[in-house]
Design a protein around this ligand. Structure first.
Ligand SMILES: [Zn+2]
Length: 401
């Protein structure tokens, strides 16, 4: 029993050690991009060559790792490069929004295969979502042909480790069991993930500096955030970390749908930005750079530009706090708001320059996979849930070195 915040470290059992070593080896294979041999892995993770060989043999038998063609290395037997087995298992992935779902099948290496989309009836219940998802995902799995390892489903809300949607304001859901019924309908393991968290899991595979932290701002109808530090998503004690849409950052005094005033969503959420205009109008904003006088543009566009700039100010206020507290350099903006293009990023960067010391100012970037980022991240969540590994770039650092 623990009687305080300090937990006594317990010695790992042999089974736990074996599982941890297996994860390390599989992660090394994944990060090695088809170039690593058993000897490379033994060196990088600090395990004996014989232990690595035995684990690799097991992973090959489980269809998780495949052997490539050996490359000649001077004298002696060529080292056999290892790669993740992309032929046997597929991962189902889905990005659920209040309007509909974008879904796909991915390989264990993170590549996306067949995709499909479907819409929900207005104000969908969990039953509606399960029906649409189950048929869409089953169809995709049949098209893809690989055995399904697990399904990852991203939702705009807070999810519990047990697979319930604790709270999703946009869907009007509270305490809804989504993973259970969907898993029963599909016959596969289903893992739920928050949409912003999904983007963070997807983005770690596209970082310029592998292993660096990531802050994601997912801007859709609502505004959500996720933080990935030291290769782990920080979910918080109640899985509510990153619920930033309804905090007052001093950038607004407007009444929010939640009943309070000044919430970030009242300036940065899409409804506040668009004010009834179609999303496509953001394309007109993308080409306008900050500082340019809005006089030559029609009044309606000028007003839209002003609202995009105000959203950027709100997002910058949030980013300032996140960067100052966490010292994370990689800031990713995701969601339909990306259609505002360079204008939004330029304005955020300019606002950061006014608020932060010069050495802390960094330009945010849009998610590498654009509109597929959430879906891809849902697949990453399924991968992490089932195998304990991530689609990371570059070699995995040795824990013991
Ligand atoms: Zn609010």
């Amino acid at each position: 029993m623990t009687s305080g915040p300090v937990r006594v470290a317990q010695k790992a059992t042999p089974a736990e050690l074996r599982e941890r070593n297996t994860r390390l080896v599989l992660q090394s294979v994944l990060s090695g991009a088809g170039e690593v041999s058993r000897a490379d892995i033994a060196r990088s993770v600090g395990l004996a060559r014989a232990v690595v060989s035995e684990i690799v043999q097991d992973l090959v038998a489980r269809h998780l790792v495949a052997e490539g063609t050996g490359r000649p290395q001077g004298r002696g037997k060529p080292a056999t490069p290892l790669q993740v087995d992309t032929q046997h298992y597929g991962l189902l992935m889905a990005d659920v929004t209040p309007a509909g779902v974008r879904a796909g099948v991915g390989g264990l290496d993170g590549t996306i295969g067949p995709t499909a989309q479907a819409t929900f009836p207005a104000g969908p219940t969990a039953g509606d979502v399960v029906d649409v998802l189950a048929s869409l995902l089953a169809g995709l799995a049949a098209r893809d042909g690989r055995e399904v390892l697990a399904a990852g489903v991203a939702v705009p809300g807070i999810v519990s480790p047990e697979g319930r949607v604790t709270e999703a304001l946009q869907l009007g859901w509270e305490g809804v069991d989504l993973a259970g019924p969907l898993s029963a309908a599909l016959g596969h393991d289903v893992v739920l993930v928050n949409d912003a968290t999904a983007v963070a899991l997807s983005e770690v595979s596209h970082q310029g500096a592998p292993g660096a932290g990531v802050v994601v701002l997912h801007v859709d109808t609502g505004v959500g955030s996720a933080v990935l530090l030291d290769g782990r998503v920080h979910l918080g004690d109640r899985q509510r970390a990153g619920e930033v849409g309804h905090i007052d950052l001093g950038v607004s005094d407007r009444l929010c749908a939640c009943g309070r005033r000044g919430c970030l969503e009242t300036v940065a959420g899409l409804p506040a930005v668009l004010e009834g205009l179609p999303l496509e109008r953001l394309d007109d904003v993308a080409s306008l750079r900050p500082g340019r006088a809005p006089d030559p543009v029609p009044a309606e566009l000028a007003a839209l530009v002003a609202r995009v700039d105000r959203a950027a100010e709100g997002l910058a206020a949030l980013i300032c706090a996140q960067v100052a507290i966490l010292d994370v350099a990689d800031v990713v903006v995701d969601g339909p708001v990306r259609r505002a293009g360079p204008r939004l990023l330029d304005t955020i960067e300019a606002a950061l320059a006014r608020r932060l010391p010069p050495s802390d100012v960094r330009r945010p970037r849009y998610s590498a996979l654009g509109e597929r980022a959430v879906m891809h991240g849902a697949g990453a969540a399924a991968m992490l849930h089932r195998l304990g590994v991530m689609w990371l770039q570059g070699p995995e650092g040795a824990e013991e070195s």
